[in-house]
Ligand binder design. Structure first.
Ligand SMILES: Cc1cc2nc3c(=O)[nH]c(=O)nc-3n(C[C@H](O)[C@H](O)[C@H](O)COP(=O)(O)O)c2cc1C
Length: 413
């Protein structure tokens, strides 16, 4: 029995010096039982001949969008595919996919694909660090596409840096994880809060925090990708709404509480990633306060509602997942929050130093469960951390008390 028996994988090969590694990758995929169709870009053919891939995949290799033998190869290839894996993915192919350009067979097929997509990039370190590559990677990840981190080490240019094609083992593990995660969240209704809240002081000033919303959006996107119905309640962020999720925008902690309470009975899982402000100004001036109108130099503050504590009291069947942002004593402080708010699981963000979770594309989490388990998720891109966190939550959601709530459809919320 192979690891990928009966799985249909399209392997896209782009024009990188690492294209030769795709030969070994193809061989392993086939040995593990996958049916692999290879699509090469014109540039890829400069590095390896299609014949090599044809022999190993026992299938013809597609390179032309306009071929004489077939009218719509870009649609046929992904029609029944379980996964599209682009390895190596060039800077050019990442850019085209992020922008939706479709000027050859591989990019057109990627645009037409409705199955999960994995990019395993390979390029010079300077290219990987270029702002445009970083932006394209972020756009793709934001859409739920898996863009793997390239590896550190010696590069073809002679330099040492980050840009090497991820190891075959890492690619195969990612493929396995992606295939096993398909639809595993189907039937779950996930309510996610994300981003900061913003408490007004006057018409233009407010109290807020540095949460970017990226972790919550990544979780919403990952859950939707895995078949869950997802409702995202978000404070002010600059992020586009994740695909296939219903989104509600709020500003203040009170608005966030209202939106979450409205939908709480619908949810099977609540994941509170929002950095809800703890304080608000007791008095809000309707106009902009002039400098000389300040009563003193201090603001009169009051506590905002404790959303998680209040939802915890209303809990019937839901799994409650809280996030804590801690600069120190992660386990101790996380445990305190877990017990105080009667959560099923708490994920502790590390927010000190340059690697702080706030605003960063990468994150690491310490996870504490009600059963006393402690788990550390090593630093990785937030979309990957989101998937790993969902892997941990899923067994809890599947085994929750079968106090089945009224089944409602997202559209009718
Ligand atoms: C020797 C050589 C090696 C290259 N290696 C890479 C690479 O590793 N990664 C990359 O992004 N581009 C690399 N390029 C540049 C791409 O081949 C070029 O951008 C091409 O347009 C990519 O097209 P494609 O994305 O359609 O395959 C290399 C070019 C040459 C000449």
């Amino acid at each position: 029995m192979g690891k990928f028996d009966n799985k249909r994988i399209v392997l896209g090969v782009a024009g990188s010096i690492a294209a030769y590694k795709a030969v070994s990758l193809l061989r392993t995929l086939v040995e593990e039982g996958a049916e692999v169709s290879v699509v090469m870009t014109l540039a890829a053919k400069q590095f390896v001949t299609p014949l090599t891939f044809e022999v190993l995949s026992k299938r013809s290799v597609s390179t032309d969008l306009f071929s004489e033998s077939e009218t719509m190869p870009h649609l046929r290839l992904t029609e029944s595919a379980d996964l599209v894996l682009v390895a190596p993915a060039t800077a050019n192919t990442l850019a085209k996919s992020a922008l939706g350009l479709a000027d050859d067979l591989l990019s057109t097929m990627i645009l037409a694909a409705r199955c999960p997509l994995i990019f395993a990039p390979a390029m010079d370190g300077e290219m990987w660090d270029h702002p445009s590559v970083m932006e394209h990677t972020q756009v793709l990840r934001g859409r739920g596409v898996t863009v793997m981190e390239p590896e550190d080490g010696p590069l073809a240019s002679g330099q040492v840096g980050r840009g090497r094609l991820p190891s075959e083992e890492a690619i195969l593990n990612t493929v396995a994880a992606c295939l096993s995660r398909q639809h595993d969240w189907a039937g779950q209704r996930v309510l996610v809060s994300a981003g900061p809240t913003r408490e007004p002081i006057d018409a233009i000033r407010f109290i807020t925090n540095g949460s970017s919303g990226k972790m919550g959006y990544a979780i919403a996107q990952a859950a939707a990708h895995r078949g869950a119905q997802v409702l995202l309640v978000s404070g002010p962020t600059n992020l586009p709404s994740p695909a296939n999720c219903e989104s509600t925008s709020v500003v203040t902690a009170e608005e966030m509480q209202q939106a979450l309470e409205d939908k709480f009975s619908w949810a099977t899982v609540l994941i509170m990633t929002a950095a809800v402000g703890d304080f608000r100004s007791r008095v809000v001036a309707p106009q902009k306060l002039k400098k000389d109108e300040w009563a003193g130099e201090s603001l009169d503050l009051e506590r905002t509602p404790d959303i998680l504590a209040s939802l915890s009291k209303q809990k019937t069947h839901q799994i409650l997942v809280g996030f804590a942002a801690e600069t120190e004593n992660h386990v101790e402080n996380g445990r305190k929050k877990l017990h105080q708010k009667t959560l099923d699981l708490v994920a502790v963000n590390h927010i000190s130093g340059p690697d702080s979770a706030f605003g960063n594309d990468m994150n690491e989490l310490t996870i504490l469960t009600k059963a006393g388990e402690i788990l550390h998720l090593d630093r990785a891109a937030k979309p990957l951390i989101a998937h790993r966190l969902l892997d941990v939550i899923l067994p809890l959601a599947l085994h929750r008390a079968l106090d089945t709530p009224r089944i409602s459809n997202l559209r009718s919320l």
